[in-house]
Design a binder for this molecule. Structure first.
Ligand code: NAD
Ligand code: TYD
Length: 333
């Protein structure tokens, strides 16, 4: 099987490539990635020689057209996206270019080539915010951030390609991921690395927003299960049912690193901040999937990884990231 993994140099895409390199070693793995600020070939160092890499944009139709033929691609898993809510609030255009137009172009080329299966990796954020209960795959799509709106646009293009052309597509929608190689702008790696640098952690608003935290390898196992056993044209929610308020999450990280609440810096809330995400993953259970890593275990592994891999994250917190973060922080203080 020849599989194209778009966005395979990012946080989750690279975990998927590392997993396939071990668990599906007879597959030909082709990683296609634009290498934006979030893409990093160091994420794939452990599996060097076990994949082929092509630098490219999913919105570049001609390039995709050629890659699908040159590498005789059978299936596509699309991780490529702009992914950070705070960045989307500052400027949403790149989100539309990649998450909507890029998805559209990739889908259109996949259809023209007769790709056997196209899996779109999506997010629970397309459903909006839920005060009580859990979202099923039939819940309405009510995105609130420019990021979530652009992911919804991509999902709807995938749906339309099935309804209109009968294209063999599947969508997965996962909850918040965490784990090794997580870019240090997202809350968990940001807080861990700040504390490792003896800096305070900026907690938005009242800290009572809730997220369901899924260990990245559990997500990847879920995507593989859907790719191999899921039904064409369907959607699969992938959640961990490990809900935490941001304040509880922060306290766990503080405790693990030997700090107290004096390291919390309350800052202005995010605009349009979704209060709670919660997924019903019954359909995934029917495929035989269940998360294997508890939050208690996963956060320890993640913290240990960041402690041991300063050389990976330190440079990411300098340079352009530093400027982005300075702006964010000044606005919120
Ligand atoms: P990430 O930001 O770490 O990585 C995104 C990757 O896509 C990077 O390697 C980047 O270079 C690449 N990319 C961006 N634009 C591209 C383009 N136009 N063409 C080709 N490559 C491009 O993101 P992530 O956290 O690994 O998320 C991967 C996918 O999973 C996204 O689609 C995201 O919406 C979805 N998702 C993420 C989470 C989460 O908690 N991180 C949860 C659910 C779903
Ligand atoms: P984030 O990691 O950006 O993921 P998402 O917005 O996609 O869920 O944020 C997770 C939660 O943490 C969210 O409720 C916002 C909050 N947060 C902070 O309190 N401080 C921060 O510095 C960041 C980045 C996020």
């Amino acid at each position: 099987m020849n599989i194209l993994i778009t966005g395979g140099a990012g946080f989750i895409g690279s975990a998927f490539v590392r997993m396939l390199a071990h668990e599906r070693s007879d597959w030909k793995l082709v990683v296609y990635d634009k290498l934006t600020y979030a893409g990093n070939l160091a994420n794939l160092k452990e599996v060097e020689g076990k994949y082929e890499f092509i630098k490219g944009d999913i919105a570049d139709r001609e390039k995709i057209h050629n890659v699908l033929r040159e590498h005789e691609i059978d299936q596509i898993v699309n991780f490529a996206a702009e992914t950070h809510v705070d960045r989307s609030i500052m400027s949403g255009l790149e989100f539309i270019e990649t998450d909507v137009l890029g998805t559209y172009n990739l889908l259109a080329e996949a259809r023209e080539k007769g790709i056997q299966k196209y899996l779109q990796v999506s997010t629970d954020e397309v459903y909006g915010s839920i005060a009580e209960g859990k979202w099923t795959e039939e819940s309405p799509l009510l995105p609130n951030s420019p990021y979530a709106a652009s992911k919804t646009g991509g999902d709807l293009q995938v749906r339309a390609s099935f309804q209109t052309y009968g294209q063999p597509v599947i969508i997965t929608r996962a909850s918040n991921n965490y784990g090794p190689y997580h870019y240090p702008e997202k809350v968990i790696p940001l807080f861990i690395t700040n504390l490792l640098e003896n800096k305070k952690v900026p907690l938005y608003g009242d800290g009572m927003n809730m997220r369901d935290w899924l260990y990245v390898d559990d997500h990847c196992r879920g995507i593989l299960a859907v790719l191999e056993k899921g039904n064409i044209g369907e959607i699969y929610n992938i959640g961990s049912e490990e809900e935490l308020t941001n304040l509880d999450l922060t306290n766990i990280i503080l405790k693990e690193l030997g700090f107290g609440s004096e390291m919390i810096e309350p800052v202005k809330d995010r605009a349009g901040h979704d209060r709670r995400y919660a997924l019903d993953s019954t359909k995934m259970q029917k495929l035989g999937w269940a998360p294997q890593v508890s939050f208690a275990e996963g956060i320890k592994t993640t913290i240990a990884w960041f402690k041991a891999n300063e050389a990976w994250w330190k440079p990411l917190k300098d340079g352009t990231y530093q400027e982005y973060y300075r702006q964010q922080y000044q606005e919120r203080k």
